[in-house]
Design a binder for this molecule. Structure first.
Ligand code: ADP
Ligand code: MG
Length: 731
């Protein structure tokens, strides 16, 4: 497949492979040899080039058959592969291996074992067997299972996902061979985020290949989804984080009055990089490149202290793994530079929060991007069929898609004026919207063209214009040759959005294949189907301003769900059609969905509980005592002034204000404590989550309002916390 930077790759391979084969980070044949980057890139990855170099030919071929065609791996082959991996890892200083997995916590987990094995003469050998490579048995009882596992039923398995490359990671002095794995219970239920993603990829491949065959394609062997994840984050000086319990425990500030300057000057977005940040980014890139992550784009984001990194896209399961790695490396590298990297969706009130744009497409193993319209999309039947499959899927299952981004942190973004609203709609742009309306009328016969952009300066060349402008407010936007799902939160795993996208599109492709297979005149059947779908799904397309109040009303008239908060979002998973589609394509079983629903609600309640307890602690130990102390000092000063025969007018009004705030703080603290107690007393996860949402969250806001109101009138030596102004502007 040729992507926009001109790399050539085969699906199922990693980009690491491509880079090692002599392609380059730049265009075409250009290389970056001078910088040594090609040597650094992927140097800690057991990629295709290393495999070819270190494995006997027949073993290499058989492993590739497993990776590319999903053939079962012979244990004898696994033994040889494991041994080669071990030799390679040990040469690089590794002493341990670990099965790396993605439990329902949303972060990754690892358990390390050393390669050592005792010999009879009291020494050791370094050993690593095929069985150790392919299968592990971590104790599953302490991971969230949503009732699938009782704590006494501890057995869980990790199973090697050979389609995502093995790599070496250095944590301080510790060097370990990391093996990406799926994680399941003894009874075979998925306990992780990777397994459903892999299952959904199979479903998508099965149904998409059926459609391709029905359309006359005989050459493509596999269809895979691709993912490029744009990751936003904040960098805050470490000294401030150490002095703020909220940033340490909750990852976001729970108190903080707005600074005199926020983001209103719009001078941060794409602004010049602060030197300290630029050095951090250089290190970050190098770490990521070593791990085979194709870090590509970096820039300052809208809010002060906010930044973004984006890779070149990859096969979706590698893309998700790489995003998890990126989040880890961001945090570790930040610490080395004296920063803390905040991945929370809303670390600071009043300035933009962080999201993660999920750029998603589908491509074949022989290089066709099925969502590439070409220059005349109206006569690109294959493109129109796949486009319509996506539109239909997103319309029919919009609440399921919304459910995948239902996280406590995202509640601070979705629907606020900086992130897409909680209503799913699709931006198609002028050209495709026009084609859609032609299809509704019975057939498309022309494509609007973009024309040329003239700037009226003779030495600035006229450039071809895109066929449509961008729309930054859309939650699901067509962006040239891919869809960009923009609702995901910055801290979440991208597994959910992608296994849902893969599954729902697999489903609509299945419906299309059912309609086309065995039909003589495929062309006219496709025309008919496209017309039908174009009519049925007109309502999901919206090219206007998604942030406007008018759209919320309009969407209501169109019958599009508006799911306003995390708890309702999580509950949407359980809707009948949503469960049915996931079960039908084997992505999740009914039991697994029920368990996930429970885990997510529990997680919501636990997250808010931590935030509330952190607030209580900060308010009682730091904020209230500070206000009381300041008020006391003012009172003492007042007496002194009076004794000196003057009227302490300013002191009196300040004291009244401080004393009032202290009383309000005390009340708000008590109210919050009561609300937490009430929520905690709910026995079942759904009611507990609702009680945290409707009882605790408002009490938290009330406490914050009082504290934020008194902060600006506190003497600078009295306020116990680093302020927003301290934290958001580097010095
Ligand atoms: P923007 O959102 O600013 O338009 P880009 O055009 O640079 O950003 O693309 C954003 C992301 O989309 C990048 O990570 C890029 O690799 C990814 N991307 C490009 N093509 C595809 C594709 N076919 N499939 C998945 N992701 C893609
Ligand atoms: Mg984007």
């Amino acid at each position: 497949m040729v992507n926009r930077v001109g790399l050539v790759y085969k699906l199922g391979d990693t980009y690491a492979v491509v880079m090692q084969e002599g392609a380059s980070m730049k265009n075409g044949n250009e290389t970056t040899q001078e910088s040594g980057l090609p040597e650094v890139f992927g140097s800690n990855v057991f990629n295709d080039a290393v495999m070819r170099e270190r494995l006997p030919k027949n073993i290499y071929r058989r492993l590739k058959a497993t990776i590319e065609e999903g053939r079962e791996l012979d244990p004898a082959v696994a033994d040889v592969v494991a041994n080669a991996m071990k030799d390679w890892a040990v040469e690089k200083g590794a002493t341990h291996f670990c099965h790396w997995f993605q439990p329902m916590t949303g972060i990754t987990a690892e358990k390390h074992d050393s390669f050592i094995s005792p010999t009879s003469d009291g020494r050791i050998m370094m050993e690593f067997s095929g069985k150790e490579l392919t299968q592990g048995e971590p104790d599953a009882s302490s991971f969230p299972s949503g009732g699938i596992r009782a704590t006494f039923e501890a057995r869980g398995y990790t199973v090697w996902d050979c389609t995502s490359p093995v790599f070496i990671k250095r944590d301080g002095k510790n060097i370990t061979l990391f093996i990406p794995t799926s994680f399941a219970s003894y009874t075979g239920e998925a306990l992780d985020k990777k397994t459903p993603l892999l299952r959904s990829m199979e479903a998508l491949n099965n149904q998409a290949t059926r459609v391709l065959r029905a359309l006359g394609n005989t050459t493509s062997r596999r269809v895979t989804a691709t993912l490029g994840a744009e990751q936003e984050y904040f960098l805050i000086d470490r000294q401030f984080v150490e002095r703020r319990a909220d940033l340490r425990f909750a990852g976001r500030s729970l108190f903080g009055a707005p600074p005199p300057k926020g983001q209103e000057m719009e001078d941060q977005y794409f602004g010049t990089l602060h030197e300290r940040v630029a050095s951090f980014m250089a290190d970050l890139n190098e770490e990521l490149w070593k791990l085979g992550v194709l870090a590509k784009t970096q820039h300052n984001e809208v809010a002060p202290a906010q930044h973004e990194i984006a890779p070149v896209f990859a096969t979706v399961n590698i893309g998700v793994d790489h995003n998890q790695l990126t989040m880890e490396v961001l945090q570790r590298t930040a610490r080395r530079h004296g920063f803390i990297c905040l991945l929370h969706e809303k670390p600071f009130a009043g300035v933009n929060g962080s999201g993660k744009h999920n750029n998603w497409s589908i491509g074949t193993d022989d290089g066709i991007n099925l969502l590439n319209p070409g220059s005349t999309p109206h006569d690109n039947m294959q493109f129109l069929v796949f486009l319509m499959a996506v539109i239909r899927a997103v319309h029919k299952y919009s609440s399921l898609l919304r459910a995948t981004v239902a996280t406590p942190g995202n509640d601070h973004r979705l629907g606020a004026n900086e992130a897409p609203p909680a209503i799913v709609s699709i931006f198609l742009g002028d050209q495709l919207t026009d084609i859609l309306s032609q299809l509704r009328e019975g057939g498309a016969n022309r494509s609007k063209q973009g024309g040329r952009l003239m700037l009226g300066v003779s030495h600035l060349p006229a450039i071809p214009k895109d066929t449509t402008d961008r729309n930054r407010t859309s939650p699901f936007a067509f962006t040239g040759n891919k869809f960009e799902f923009r609702m995901a939160g910055s801290s979440q795993s991208l597994s959910g959005p992608n296994f849902v996208l893969n599954t729902i599109v697999a489903h609509t492709l299945m419906e299309i294949a059912d309609n086309l297979e065995g039909v003589k005149d495929v062309n006219s059947r496709v025309q008919k189907l496209l017309q039908e779908y174009a009519k049925e799904h007109e309502a999901i397309v919206f090219n206007g301003d998604n942030y406007s109040a008018a759209w919320v009303e309009e969407a209501g008239r169109r019958g599009l769900p508006n799911i306003r908060n995390c708890v309702d979002g999580i509950n949407a998973m359980q809707e009948k059609d949503n469960v049915a589609v996931l079960v039908k394509h084997g992505t999740l079983t009914k039991g697994e969905i029920k368990a996930r629903h429970e885990i997510l609600l529990e997680n919501y309640a636990k997250t808010i509980a931590i935030e509330a307890r952190t607030m209580l602690q900060m308010a009682r130990r730091e904020i209230l005592p500070a206000v009381v102390k300041f008020a006391g000092d003012v009172a003492v000063g007042m007496n002194a002034v009076e004794a000196a025969g003057e009227t302490p007018a300013a002191q009196a009004s300040l004291l009244r204000r401080l004393n009032g705030s202290a009383a309000e703080l005390a009340t708000a603290i008590d109210d919050l404590e009561l609300a937490v107690g009430k929520a905690m007393s709910e026995k079942h996860a759904p009611e507990r989550a609702v009680s945290f949402r409707d009882g605790v969250m408002p009490a938290m806001s009330a406490l914050r309002r009082v504290a934020d109101a008194v902060e600006p009138v506190m003497g600078s030596g009295y306020w116990p916390l680093p302020t927003y102004a301290d934290m958001l502007f580097y010095r």
